[in-house]
Design a protein around this ligand. Sequence first.
Ligand SMILES: Cc1cc2nc3c(=O)[nH]c(=O)nc-3n(C[C@H](O)[C@H](O)[C@H](O)COP(=O)(O)O)c2cc1C
Length: 167
Amino acid sequence: MELSQAIAGRRSVRKYRSTAVPPEKLARVLEAARLAPTAANRQPWKLYVVRDAALKRAIGVAYKNPWFYEAPLVLVMCALPDSAWTRVDGRNYADIDAAIAFDHLTLAAYAEGLATCWICAFNAQAVKDALKLPPGEVPLAMTPLGAPAEDPAPTPRKPLEDLVVYR
Ligand SMILES: Cc1cc2nc3c(=O)[nH]c(=O)nc-3n(C[C@H](O)[C@H](O)[C@H](O)COP(=O)(O)O)c2cc1C
């Protein structure tokens, strides 16, 4: 699939089939995250692939929509600020690095016929507790991963002239 097709066609999907994700598809999705650029190439992130049903239910305490935690897989992206590049003014780039990798992953998933939905409105402490995250791993975003059971319409975007400034 052309990159432009993946960028234009990806949707936030909130309904999933229970069919398992083929391992070779999962491998390509994870590889897309691994290849993402990061500041100073620090790669300050850790991705949890949650397969276990009980663990997915435990993560459901953090974000209570069944379409999320009943999908075949739940991916949890954690930022590692302690190993990230920091700008001279103190700005830490861990969240940005993790977000880039996560977005690579969502596009790669779409190209594989799989669906995702960025989830950030979750209770971070509940995720830390469910996954027993070590100190320093900050849950940043989660997504279900599986075959879509809906085909959402595209959501609107602002016109380019509202977003881009030429000087
Ligand atoms: C950083 C971020 C956080 C988001 N958090 C949630 C969320 O907690 N729950 C949810 O249902 N969707 C969430 N979304 C999905 C957005 O609502 C969605 O991307 C946006 O409405 C555009 O729709 P589209 O992804 O189908 O193009 C999030 C998206 C991003 C990028």
